[in-house]
Design a protein around this ligand. Sequence first.
Ligand code: UDP
Length: 238
Amino acid sequence: MSSDVAYKRILLKLSGEALEGKEAFGIDPDVLQRMSEEIGELVKAGVQVGLVIGGGNIFRGAKLAESGMNRVVGDHMGMLATVMNGLAMRDSLERNSIKTTLMSAMPIQGITTPYSWMEAISRLEKGEVVILSAGTGNPFFTTDSAACLRGIEIQADAVIKGTKVDGVYSADPMKDPDAVLYHELSYKEVVEKELKVMDLSAFILARDHKMPIMVFNMNKKGALMKVIRGEEEGTVIK
Ligand code: UDP
């Protein structure tokens, strides 16, 4: 493994919304290509990459429930949306010659591999990217919870969350021009300052298992690699 990486095995979480890119709905092929190239660089540097992708660009259970749908059904649709994003990402990674397995917490015979933590670790050790789709497999959770849960299960060194901004700020940087970017935070500071990193149940799971969380801007080229090298980029929570 290349010696200049600070993390050997990561759980990378990308939001579904980020896949939308310039499209109004669905998936922007340019975003898939750019993320595939960045993930390819990590793999070349010897980093083992587990990947959780959200589904918010297609369906979110809570949103569907607002218009009257049963929440459990809505969440099932949300989880299936993450499988569709996973299919698109696997296709893109494979077209970039990056060997990828698409696992799913909701097995779909002939299309995905059923999720197994031991199988995931074994494939990561062989240098494959492993996409962990369908969230936790349970309604009322988010893919942030899935990222922390799977990150802990596959014994990742960190959960790395890609967002649309540079990291964790004191206030919403899209709304408040005085918002300050934090480079390092403790779990305690995040809770005390009520900072928005991810939903609370996901965050508490990571905290209780001492899983470091990094937040970076996935629209900033090269930011992910800087995080992996341990350089000052985004926010580290530990
Ligand atoms: N979801 C779920 N259980 C999980 C993960 C996801 O029910 O363990 C559903 C939920 O409806 C959620 C949707 O899948 O809204 C898409 O995931 P998420 O909202 O986390 O996607 P993101 O915001 O990251 O695009």
